[in-house]
Design a protein around this ligand. Structure first.
Ligand SMILES: CC(C)(COP(=O)(O)OP(=O)(O)OC[C@H]1O[C@@H](n2cnc3c(N)ncnc32)[C@H](O)[C@@H]1OP(=O)(O)O)[C@@H](O)C(=O)NCCC(=O)NCCS
Length: 192
């Protein structure tokens, strides 16, 4: 289902109904995610893989910012929680940098619980995120950046149809850019 151009109601229709995949489901973020999110954001290996700084803030300060961020979600970034089909919160994915004029947006994903790496959970969650964005918005291009040496992430994104489209050097990191255009996504429609 394509919406009128310029209609960017990404994820608004979610409202309590998770998006189901084969191994995962995506739901809106809730306040009780805070403990997992703090643990994952304080994990040095996850930060290294994601090229982000480890927060040095205490849990109580993190909690304050978390509440604010949760209230502001939806303005131009749409964070979702990734759960197993049994309801275990294992990570997050986000659609952000939504550019209405260029009809594109950036996606990010993290499976924070490493017991779930390399079993297809990331690709399943990312694929249903992509499907949801293309089905419910008029965006024509989704892109992401990942560290050039992060082969696991690149393989996961390739499985979802993303192809390399450039390189970016920022803050001392070398990123590979990958993209998926709507016309390519439409060639391989999913079952739902
Ligand atoms: C990146 C991430 C989202 C991928 O999710 P995932 O569930 O682990 O990925 P998947 O299992 O769907 O796919 C990973 C693939 O890479 C393969 N792989 C893993 N390590 C590899 C390596 N060193 N070399 C080659 N392939 C590798 C896996 O075998 C799997 O391929 P397969 O399905 O053909 O067996 C998740 O691992 C994660 O969040 N990691 C930590 C944070 C991170 O890297 N973030 C980067 C975001 S840009």
């Amino acid at each position: 289902m394509k919406l009128r151009k310029g209609t960017l109601s990404v994820f608004r229709p979610l409202r309590g109904s998770p998006i189901l995949g084969n191994k995962t489901r995506l739901r809106e973020k809730k306040f009780t995610d805070v403990r997992n999110d703090y643990r994952w954001q304080s994990d040095a290996e996850l930060a290294r893989l994601d090229a982000t700084p480890v927060p040095v803030t205490s849990f109580s300060l993190y909690l304050l910012d978390y509440a604010t961020a949760l209230n502001q979600a939806g303005a131009d970034r749409y964070p979702l929680a990734i759960e197993t089909l049994e309801g275990k919160h294992i990570g997050n994915c986000t659609c952000y940098d939504i550019d209405e004029k260029e009809e594109e947006a950036q996606l990010g994903i993290m499976i924070g619980n490493r017991a779930y790496w390399d079993q297809g959970y990331g690709a399943d969650a990312f694929k249903i995120m992509v499907d949801h964005v293309f089905r419910t918005t008029s965006l024509n291009r989704l892109y992401l950046k990942t560290l050039e040496w992060n082969v696991r992430a690149q393989k996961c994104f390739s499985k979802c149809g993303f192809i390399p489209c450039g390189h970016l050097k920022r803050d001392g990191y070398n990123f590979l850019l990958m993209e998926l255009k709507r016309e390519e996504w439409e060639k391989e429609p999913s079952e739902s």
